[in-house]
Design a protein around this ligand. Structure first.
Ligand code: IFM
Length: 457
């Protein structure tokens, strides 16, 4: 097969988030976030791992930007630790925290790398959780808008791309229903209030970013999407897949892009459905410039009366290839893009995350030969290209992640990076996948028929 080429202005990036890489949790006036508390609670995270040091990016950001430049990235998606700039989530500003993001943005711009900050990637200041119940409290949405104002006033002379939230589904459901993520709550009523307030806060922040930016900004949000496939063709499984699609995908895409909560989701939630206040849907659907989509895997769903609310649960596919966390299913990225485009017609789409956890290690000669990640990248980029050929405006692809980092409840067990991190020494080694991705960027294309090893990009 011939080389496939991407548009000349295609954005090639990598993504990260503050708590997963920064470390320096008690330095320069940073306040605690709900993830500090969660990690330091025994039994919450794999082998008691914590993000206190993580990849030490707070101190090593300049070197990390150097690696991005070496790879040829033209964009970098990172998140801002809210409690680093506002230690209590509101009120007193921590100038040293702001200075850090100034330095990072300057370093990126010097290398011609466009910053794509995400304002909130799950690390709510602990003070807001303690004081008002965190995202369960409507007030938090307004505090978030003030945090957005602070950041755009400080960085808006240089930063023109803004992402409000990362994956509100995961924060709502894993953090407040399953209790597997911070703040570790298992309360269905709270779960859907949290989702609602995240949507509202997104809309409030969009307005603030537009009003307060010194340059016309491009504003979006990052949502995760998983295509739902019924385990069998039975009516029961088909409806189960539709229900999970409602909670997982449509409950977030529709308020933002259509200005409505899906009717079937409202019915399914019944008394758990938050009261929709006048004007909220209009606020949630404040006009955005792009939608960020994170894709990792599809979900195969079966009817499961034992599972609360949705009566559906995921099933594994025997014989298919899996990573350390999920089924590897590249076609699902094409399906994701086409469904998002056909159902919602967003102005532009960025793939803001896509990646694979595999057990990488350093070989005898110091190299990290992560050929499975190369194949994953190749096969997923091929699907992005298929969507482009359909005329869908996919503007860029950010690989998750730049470096290995703290993978939430899995701690440091999962490695997603293009760059290997030795967490004892903090030494960085560019993996073979990083070198391969660099060649793709340089060529602005790849050979989709190349095999996993010794790929030429
Ligand atoms: O590490 C996470 C990231 O924080 C959000 N999206 C999924 C990634 C892999 O699990």
């Amino acid at each position: 097969m011939a080389m496939i080429r991407f548009p000349d202005d295609f954005v090639w990036g990598a993504a990260s988030s503050a708590y997963q890489i920064e470390g320096a949790c008690e330095e320069d006036g940073r306040g605690p976030s709900i993830w500090d508390t969660f990690c330091h609670t025994p039994g919450r995270v794999y082998q008691g791992h914590v993000g206190d040091k993580a990849a030490d990016h707070y101190h090593r950001y300049a070197g990390d930007v150097g690696i991005m430049a070496e790879l040829g990235l033209n964009a970098y998606r990172f998140s801002i630790a809210w409690s680093r700039v506002l230690p209590a989530g509101k009120g007193k500003i921590n100038t040293k925290g702001l200075d850090f993001y100034d330095r990072l943005v300057d370093a990126l711009m010097e290398q011609g790398i466009t910053p794509f900050p995400t304002l909130h990637h799950w690390d709510l200041p602990q003070a807001l959780q303690d004081e008002g119940g965190g995202w369960a409290n409507r007030e938090t949405a307004y505090h978030f808008a003030e945090f957005a104002r602070l950041m755009v006033e400080r960085l808006g002379d240089r930063v023109t791309r803004w992402i409000t939230h990362n994956e509100p589904f995961v924060l709502s459901v894993l953090g407040h229903f399953m209790g597997e993520h911070a703040p570790g709550i298992t309360d269905p009523l709270v779960t859907f209030q949290v989702g609602y307030h995240l949507l509202l806060s997104h809309g409030l922040a969009v307005d603030v970013l537009r009003t307060c930016s010194r340059q016309p900004p491009k504003v979006g949000i990052t949502l995760d999407y998983s295509p739902m496939h019924p385990a069998t063709e039975t009516d029961e499984d088909t409806q189960a897949a539709r229900r999970l699609d409602g909670i997982r995908n449509r409950m977030f895409f529709e308020p933002i892009l259509l200005g409505e909560y899906p009717e079937d989701v409202r019915e399914m939630l019944g008394p758990l459905m938050p009261e929709i206040k006048d004007g909220d849907l209009r606020q949630m659907s404040a006009s955005i410039d792009f939608i960020g989509v994170n894709y990792y895997t599809r979900t195969v769903v079966r009817h499961d009366p034992g599972f609360p609310i949705i009566a559906a649960s995921p099933v594994e596919q025997e014989g298919n290839e899996y990573s350390m966390m999920w089924e590897i299913y590249p076609e699902g990225l094409y399906e994701t893009i086409t469904r998002v485009w056909h159902d919602y017609r967003p102005p532009l789409i960025y793939i803001t995350e896509n990646g694979i956890p595999v057990p990488d290690d350093v070989d005898h000669d110091g190299q990290v030969r992560d050929y499975r990640r190369i194949r994953y990248l190749r096969d997923h980029l091929f699907q992005v290209h298929r969507a482009l050929e359909m005329g869908i405006p996919v503007k860029g692809y950010f690989h998750w992640s730049l470096t290995d980092n703290f993978e939430w409840a899995f701690g440091y067990r999962m490695r997603f990076g293009l760059v290997f991190v030795d967490f004892d020494t903090q030494e960085r080694t560019i993996k073979e996948s990083g070198r391969w991705f660099a060649r793709v960027i340089e060529n602005n294309g790849l050979d989709p028929a190349s095999s996993g090893m010794h790929l030429t990009g």
